[in-house]
Design a protein around this ligand. Structure first.
Ligand code: IFM
Length: 464
C-alpha cells in the first residue's frame, strides 16, 4: 500500500483488539485499562443484568475462529484488513519484558492474512493501555512518549518486513475527550457524556500532546530504521455545524469545536503546530500546556505518510455555558428514528470533509479507515438465513458513493474500510450497539451475513 498512487484502491474492514479479541488472560497477556475497567468497576447492564466485558468479545484471538473469519473476508472480496494490537499482550507490564507468545500471535495472524491475499494494516494503539502504565500516570506522564516508542520499535522489528501500513494512534479526540472522561464518571455505573466537565477537558490537553508527539517520534523512528512502508494516524473527523443556524453564539461554538475536534490533530500532522484557539483555551486551563510549542519542530519534521479518516457523521454544536469550553456537540440529531448511534446520517458531509482536506492540507494520501453505522438489535431482523439491516446497507452505499465522488474530484483517496466487519464490543455501550455487516450471536459466536455484507460485496465487485 506504501505511497503508491498506481496501486489498486484498497477495500477493507477495520477492527480493534479490545473490541474483538477476547482471551483477556491468554498466553501471558498483561491487564489493560479496559480489562480493569470492565471487570472491576463496571456494574451490570441495567435491563439485561449482563456484565459486559471484552473478556470473550467475538473470540477473534482464537486461530480456528479467525481463520474462518478470514474466509468471510475473502468471500466479501476485501483487499486488506485493519486491526489493532493489544500492547499488553506484547509487553505485559507495558515496558521491559517482552511476551514472546503475544508477539508470535500477531506475527502468525499477519502471515495468515497475507496467505489469504489480504494486506494487513496495523494500528499500534486503539485505546487499551497496559494497566501497569496507567498506574504510572498513563498518558499524562511525558514518559508515555518513550514507552510508546519502545513498544512501537518492538512491533516494527517483528512485523515491518510484512506489514506495509501502520497507524500509530486511533481517534485521539474521541478517546481522550469523550471515552476516558466517561469512564472516569462511570466507575460504578454508566458514563454520561453530558456530565463531562471543563476541568476534565483541561486535564486532557497534555495527554493529547503526548499522543501527537509519540506519533511523530515513532514516524521518525520508522524512517530512521529504513522502513519502506507508510505510517499514518486515524482521526475522528466531523464537520461541525451550528445547531441553530445563524445564531451567532452557535456559529462561534461550531468554530471552536472545529479547532478542538478536527484541526488540532490535522494541523499537528500537516502544519506541525496546533491551532491558536487550542493553544489559548488549553494553556488557560493547564499552564504546562503552553510549553508544548517547544515540541512543534518534532511534529513538523515527521509528517505522516497518510491520513486515516474515521467518518460517521457531522456534529451539530450549540453554545452551552455549562459544557467544557462552552460548547455541546453531538447531542442533537435531526434524523427520524431509528437514529444511527454515531450521529446524523449525512453522507454529503463526507464528500465536503474530503474536499476540505484536499484544499486545506495539501491533498495528502487518505484512507477512510472507518465508516459505518451502529444500530440496536431491534433495528435488524433474521430472514431466510440473512440478517436484514436496510438502514446500514443504505448508509454504507451512500457514504461510499460520496467518497468516490470526492475521489473523482481529485481527492487522493486510496481506500475505504468499513467499521465493522463483525458486531463487537462497543466500549461504553457494550454489546448493545451493533456495527457489523456480519451479525454475531454473542452467546454462540455464530456469524451470519447481513444485507449490508451483500451490498458491500457488490460494490467491491463492481470496483472503482
Ligand atoms: O467502535 C468504535 C471504534 O472503536 C472507534 N471509532 C468509532 C467506532 C464506532 O463507534
Amino acid at each position: 500500500m506504501a505511497g503508491n498512487k498506481e496501486k489498486t484502491f484498497l477495500w477493507g474492514a477495520a477492527s480493534a483488539a479490545y473490541q474483538v479479541e477476547g482471551a483477556w488472560q491468554a498466553d501471558g497477556k498483561g491487564l489493560s485499562n479496559w480489562d480493569v475497567y470492565t471487570n472491576l468497576y463496571r456494574v451490570t447492564e441495567p435491563g439485561t443484568g449482563r456484565q459486559q466485558t471484552g473478556n470473550v468479545a467475538i473470540n477473534a484471538y482464537d486461530r480456528a475462529q479467525y481463520l474462518s473469519d478470514i474466509q468471510l473476508m475473502r468471500e466479501l472480496g476485501l483487499g486488506g484488513y485493519r486491526f489493532s494490537l493489544a500492547w499488553s499482550r506484547i509487553l505485559p507490564e507495558g515496558t521491559g519484558r517482552v511476551n514472546a507468545a503475544g508477539l508470535d500471535h500477531y506475527s502468525r495472524f499477519v502471515d495468515d492474512l497475507l496467505e489469504a491475499g489480504l494486506a494487513p494494516m496495523v494500528t499500534l494503539f486503539h485505546w487499551d493501555m497496559p494497566q501497569a502504565l496507567e498506574d504510572r500516570g498513563g498518558w499524562s506522564s511525558r514518559d508515555s512518549v518513550g514507552w510508546f516508542r519502545d513498544y512501537a520499535a518492538i512491533v516494527r522489528e517483528r512485523l515491518a518486513d510484512r506489514v506495509e501500513s501502520f497507524i500509530t494512534f486511533n481517534e485521539p479526540f474521541i478517546d481522550l475527550f469523550l471515552i476516558e472522561p466517561m469512564v472516569e464518571i462511570a466507575r460504578g455505573g454508566f458514563g454520561d457524556p453530558g456530565a463531562i466537565t471543563d476541568a476534565q477537558w483541561g486535564r486532557q490537553a497534555l495527554p493529547m500532546h503526548h499522543w501527537m508527539l509519540a506519533s511523530a517520534e515513532t514516524i521518525g523512528d520508522f524512517r530512521a530504521a529504513g522502513y519502506k512502508g507508510e505510517v499514518g494516524l486515524a482521526l475522528p473527523l466531523m464537520p461541525t455545524l451550528p445547531e441553530r443556524e445563524g445564531a451567532p453564539e452557535d456559529v462561534a461554538a461550531a468554530g471552536l469545536a472545529d479547532a478542538v475536534i478536527n484541526r488540532w490533530c490535522l494541523d499537528a500532522m500537516f502544519k506541525g503546530r496546533y491551532p491558536d484557539e487550542v493553544m489559548a483555551e488549553f494553556s488557560r486551563r493547564d499552564p504546562q500546556f503552553a510549553a508544548v510549542e517547544a515540541d512543534f519542530p518534532i511534529l513538523a519534521a515527521n509528517r505522516p505518510d497518510f491520513l486515516g479518516v474515521n467518518f460517521y457523521a457531522p456534529a451539530f454544536v450549540r453554545h452551552a455555558a455549562e459544557a467544557p469550553l462552552d460548547f455541546r456537540w453531538g447531542a442533537y440529531n435531526p434524523d427520524p428514528k431509528p437514529q444511527a448511534f454515531n450521529g446524523p446520517v449525512k453522507p454529503e458531509y463526507l464528500k465536503l470533509l474530503l474536499e476540505r482536506i484536499r484544499d486545506d492540507y495539501g491533498n495528502p494520501p487518505v484512507y477512510i479507515t472507518e465508516n459505518g453505522a451502529g444500530f440496536g438489535d431491534s433495528d435488524e431482523r433474521f430472514e431466510r438465513g440473512l440478517v436484514l439491516d436496510p438502514l446500514r446497507a443504505d448508509y454504507i452505499s451512500r457514504h461510499i458513493e460520496a467518497a468516490l465522488a470526492a475521489r473523482a474530484g481529485g481527492v487522493d483517496l486510496r481506500g475505504y474500510m468499513v467499521w465493522s466487519l463483525f458486531d463487537n464490543f462497543e466500549w461504553m455501550q457494550g454489546y448493545d450497539r451493533r456495527f457489523g455487516i456480519i451479525h454475531v450471536d454473542f452467546e454462540t459466536q455464530k456469524r451470519t451475513r447481513k444485507q449490508s455484507f451483500e451490498t458491500y460485496r457488490e460494490i467491491i465487485a463492481k470496483g472503482v
